[in-house]
Design a protein. Structure first.
Length: 456
């Protein structure tokens, strides 16, 4: 104990807490010193001062001036909360919501927040609003969430302002109102509330509640991105990718995608994988592409599941593994991803990673075709032509080829040309076949050139 802390005779508990506050905050001409702050708080706490107990709990929670200790923090917050001290009640609620120093318990968190909120504590009102919004410890109730967010917002609490803005943005508990949402996001953003800065950037980007202004969007995305907020980093990447509000720059887009990706942002992982795959803003790197596709895939993003499946199918950036490809195609197909349904159909058709099963192939081709996947429509034609998984039917095959050809599918145009040349499923028409072979060649189907030379 320092000499200063030894000479505290005559100081009341409240005065000891005030001294602790001065050292903790570095206020009133006092140099910031967490150890001295903790010392003064402890003396005040020992005399039963609730504010001192709360201050000492905060020191333990953050490891400032004392060794970090969640249990000691919760202990002192409890002592202060039991005296009705609102800041401690709110902090104890934080402990219960996160399970720091106490057993995690949303219901007890709500109880603590409510006690503090009823005393007008803005932070607790905001926290209670969050509990109602997300149904933590209470039944989800957007109207109650709005009520408590508004109470906190009226006191200038940035979290409450953002929460209320979010309710207006989504129409949760209030009538949807983008103008009100943008106004509350602005209030919170001006206080440096990171999520509000990002959300306000979205409002400017999309012209929701404010006039569309890409430069303003970039301004707010940058503020939040500089603080390490992944959604803002992703959005800033999009701005550089598309040249919205900034000069188009693939390298900067890739950089921001990677920053967000490394923080676990799913879409950023997918976009950065695409950058690596295509050499957009970064050197081509199939290994990195596969890695980031898989990260996004494992978070449930269907397009990434399909793309990682493609990597496994072809050995692109990973060791070729048909069974693994099927696994990821199946995940994406179950979410209705047409490309994955098509790819899964291909694997069943070829027997790659699964036992060959033409009926299953047809089933997945149909699922993809129903969503307008041209390749799947063409493949249904192939199955009808060959009688694979369905009865052989040349007329039906030609219909599928025509449908896919109308969708500009080169393989279907070529297959339709064969039908016209051979009179398979429709009336023979050599002139039409030649026209379609030319079209197929223009679409990159090289074998059509041989057919054209043969028919000349």
């Amino acid at each position: 104990m320092t000499d200063e802390l030894k000479n505290t005779d005559g100081l009341s508990a409240a005065e000891l807490t005030q001294k602790g506050d001065a050292y903790y905050n570095g206020a009133d001409g006092t140099a910031q010193d967490y150890a001295k702050a903790a010392g003064y708080y402890r003396m005040a706490a020992d005399q039963g001062d609730a504010a001192g107990q709360c201050g000492l709990g905060t020191c333990y929670l953050k490891g400032q001036g004392v060794g970090q200790n969640d249990k000691e923090a919760a202990k002192y917050f409890t002592l202060a909360a039991d005296q009705g001290y609102a800041p401690a009640q709110n902090l104890l609620g934080d402990c219960f919501i996160s399970g720091r120093g106490v057993k995690q318990d949303d219901a007890l968190a709500v109880k603590c927040y409510r006690m503090a909120a009823d005393q007008g504590a803005a932070r607790a009102q905001n926290n209670l609003g969050q509990c109602y919004e997300y149904g933590r410890g209470v039944e989800q109730n957007y109207e109650e969430a709005v009520k408590y967010y508004r109470l906190a917002a009226q006191q200038g609490n940035a979290g409450g302002q953002h929460g209320l803005g979010s309710c207006y943005y989504h129409g949760n508990g209030v009538e949807r109102d983008f103008t009100a949402a943008a106004a509350y996001f602005t209030l919170a953003a001006e206080q440096g509330f990171i999520v509000a800065q990002s959300d306000l950037g979205n409002c400017y980007y999309n012209g929701e509640g404010v006039e569309r202004d890409y430069e303003e969007a970039v301004k707010y995305f940058t503020l939040a991105a500089d603080e390490g907020y992944a959604p803002a980093q992703f959005n800033l990447g999009l701005c550089y990718d598309l040249g919205n509000g900034v000069k188009q720059d693939d390298a900067k887009a890739a950089d921001f995608y990677k920053r967000a990706a490394d923080l676990g942002h799913t879409l950023a992982q997918f976009n950065y994988a695409s950058c690596c795959d295509n050499g957009q803003g970064v050197p081509k790197d199939s290994t990195a592409a596969a890695k980031y596709y898989r990260l996004a895939a494992d978070q449930g993003y269907a397009p990434a599941q399909n793309n990682f499946g493609n990597c496994c199918n072809s050995g692109h950036g990973v060791k070729q593994d048909f069974a693994m490809a099927v696994k990821y195609f199946r995940m994406a197909a179950a979410q209705g991803d047409a490309a994955a349904q098509y790819n899964l159909g291909i694997n069943y058709y070829l027997g790659n990673g699964v036992k060959r099963d033409y009926k299953e192939a047809v089933r997945y081709f149909r699922l993809a075709a129903d969503q307008g996947h041209a390749g799947a429509v063409n493949n249904l034609g192939v199955c009808c032509e060959n009688g694979e998984g369905v009865p052989q039917d040349y007329a039906r095959a030609a219909q599928y080829y025509q449908r896919a050809a109308d969708m500009d599918d080169g393989s279907a145009i070529y297959n339709l040309a064969i039908c016209y040349e051979k009179g398979m499923g429709l009336e023979k028409d050599t002139a039409k076949a030649i026209e379609l072979y030319r079209d197929a060649l223009a679409h990159g189907v090289e074998e059509a050139g041989d057919d054209l030379r043969r028919l000349r």
